[in-house]
Design a protein around this ligand. Structure first.
Ligand SMILES: NC(=O)C1=CN([C@@H]2O[C@H](COP(=O)(O)OP(=O)(O)OC[C@H]3O[C@@H](n4cnc5c(N)ncnc54)[C@H](OP(=O)(O)O)[C@@H]3O)[C@@H](O)[C@H]2O)[C@H](O)CC1
Ligand SMILES: [K+]
Length: 509
């Protein structure tokens, strides 16, 4: 499912009249009908017929105009509305003033104060103060107004607070939330949901999201790189189909490099997840000083090799269909020089994770290697590692989450899996995928190692970087969601790895 940025919604508004000759007022009529239908359905399904009044709190932009269209359309169904307008009507947009004039001649009650609303008979309140037109944090008068609204909702125990398009105070692109923003039970949005509705903290203010059509097939408008949700519908088309005569020689040989004296669990989890995801062969390379405990712990299906020096390791990487480096590798000068050698000499599919990313801290020095490669490298940083890679602070990354991921991926030719809540995948083409799965039980050490193992396994089986990253993130989260269903916390990254085959089966149904 596509997700829209602020720039894209503005572009759609601009292009529809240009391409079709249809005025924006007609689009607004469609979205207003969408809002009205949602209200009618809710009123019809509730037993409380005494709470039948609808209240619209509108600004003087097009978001407020959408509310006025809905109020007018409700009259046809004999549903009365009260409207409170915030702001100077004369300074409203053309569409707002048109709708305002139309509503003045109808049986819609405009109130000058919220005190004049019969709150005891109100079932639903819709906020059309500000939509995608939010410019900065909410200004004081708007914050005060929302505070007053909150007072009435609490006093009269009104649960249904619905936002038109996006809650006033939530930034469309970043999901950052202004002081004074209220929490909604539903957001009725148009065409597609907006980025900020999928990113924290914005997502927790929106309530249920209901998408209403614009009435014009806007997806055919070319707007450059897209943002999509990562969900089952998308990955069903990506699921690998293995020929019935496939054997281990054709199912890929994944090599994983990692481990250090104090960290043997991370490479083991990665290697085992790689096996569970179906690689034909999995070899784990660990430093000589930790091979014994690794061999004692790891499942017998993996091959384990040790290396004393980087030169040893590079020589032993034969028959390698895909490689992952980083889990538990440790932070050392050797690791840094290993990374530089691998990035410049290994031409096959490569995943860099964890300490492998840390070893890239002189990223500018190696940037050209990434750009010159025929294929992108997959990097899987969490936000802390991404901050280290980019030199930006964590709060800055959080408030520029999608933009930073996209810029990084395009500049470095990297398929980026940015692990956060939610995780996003940024492709060198500029396209972004926002993960819609996952749960709180995943916040445990080793989950990232398992993800790396899944992704390198998919690469080894012949998937390209972009598909392996997208499908890998999906399989990882879907497997965790399956476990979470019966065991909310305490399932392990290894359990997640073990479940991958079952999720692949679900995708093939
Ligand atoms: N393609 C679509 O999806 C369509 C969307 N539509 C709707 O249009 C809005 C966007 O309308 P727009 O007129 O661009 O802007 P808004 O109405 O969202 O916002 C403008 C009003 O908000 C006030 N504002 C802005 N920033 C602040 C702030 N920081 N604090 C307080 N108030 C703020 C602004 O006041 P000014 O005094 O600054 O002018 C305006 O009053 C979109 O969200 C949809 O709902 C269309 O229906 C067409 C299709
Ligand atoms: K709104």
């Amino acid at each position: 499912m596509r997700i829209l940025s602020k720039k894209e919604t503005n572009y759609i508004d601009e292009q529809i009249p240009l391409r079709t000759g249809l005025p924006l007022a007609l689009v607004m009529e469609n979205v207003g009908r969408g809002i009205a239908e949602e209200i009618i359905n809710s009123i019809n399904s509730t037993n409380n017929k005494s709470a039948s009044h609808v209240v619209f709190i509108c600004g003087t932009g097009n978001n407020g105009a959408d509310g006025l269209v809905a109020a007018r359309q409700l009259l046809e169904y004999k549903i009365p509305s009260y409207v409170f307008i915030h702001g100077d009507i004369l300074k409203g947009t053309d569409l707002f003033r048109t709708q305002y004039t139309a509503c003045q001649s109808l049986d819609i009650k405009f109130v000058n104060s919220m005190k004049d609303i019969p709150w005891h008979s109100v079932g639903i309140v819709l906020e059309g103060l500000i939509g995608t037109g939010l410019t900065s944090d909410l200004r004081d008068p708007t914050q005060q107004l929302l505070e007053e609204l909150h007072h009435w909702l609490t006093e009269y125990n009104i649960e249904n607070l619905w936002a038109i398009d996006i809650p006033a105070g939530v930034q469309t692109n970043s999901g950052q939330v202004s002081k004074g923003t209220l929490t909604y039970t539903k957001t009725i949005t148009f065409g597609a949901s907006k980025l900020g509705m999928h990113l924290y903290p914005g997502t927790s203010y929106c309530g249920e999201i209901s998408i209403k059509p614009l009435g014009v097939p806007w997806e055919s408008i070319n707007m450059g790189p897209h943002v999509h949700t990562l969900d089952k519908d998308l990955v069903c088309k990506l699921s690998p189909i293995r020929p019935s005569n496939a054997h281990k020689g054709v199912n890929g040989h994944a090599h994983i490099i990692g481990g250090s004296k104090s960290m043997i669990g991370a490479p083991i989890m990665a290697a085992e997840a790689c096996v569970y995801t179906g690689a034909g062969k999995t070899t784990l390379h660990v430093p000589t000083d930790c091979i014994l405990p690794v061999q004692c712990k790891i499942m017998p299906e993996t091959m384990v090799q040790s290396f004393e020096t980087n030169a040893d390791l590079l020589l032993s990487l034969t028959d390698c269909t895909a490689m992952a480096i980083g889990p538990g590798l440790g932070r050392s000068k050797e690791a840094e020089s290993l990374l530089t050698s691998l990035v410049s000499s290994f031409e096959g599919p490569l995943v860099i994770d964890a300490d492998g990313l840390y070893a890239l801290h002189e990223l500018r020095a190696t940037k050209q290697y990434f750009i010159d490669r025929n294929r992108s490298v997959i990097m899987t940083p969490h936000i802390g590692e991404f901050a280290h890679l980019t030199g930006q602070s964590i709060p800055y990354i959080q408030s520029h989450y999608v933009d930073m991921a996209r810029e990084f991926s395009m500049a470095y030719n990297v398929t980026l899996v940015l692990k956060g809540i939610p995780s996003i995948i940024a492709l060198p083409s500029g396209n972004i995928y926002i993960n819609t799965l996952g749960n709180s039980g995943m916040g445990t050490g080793g989950m990232g190692d398992t993800l790396t193992g899944i992704i390198v396994s998919l690469l080894a089986q012949g998937m390209n970087e972009d598909t392996a990253a997208i499908l890998g993130v999906y399989l990882h989260s879907a497997s965790a969601d399956f476990l979470h269903h019966t065991k909310p916390i305490g399932y392990t990254p290894s359990d997640v790895g073990k479940g991958i085959g079952y999720i692949l089966k679900q995708l093939q149904v």
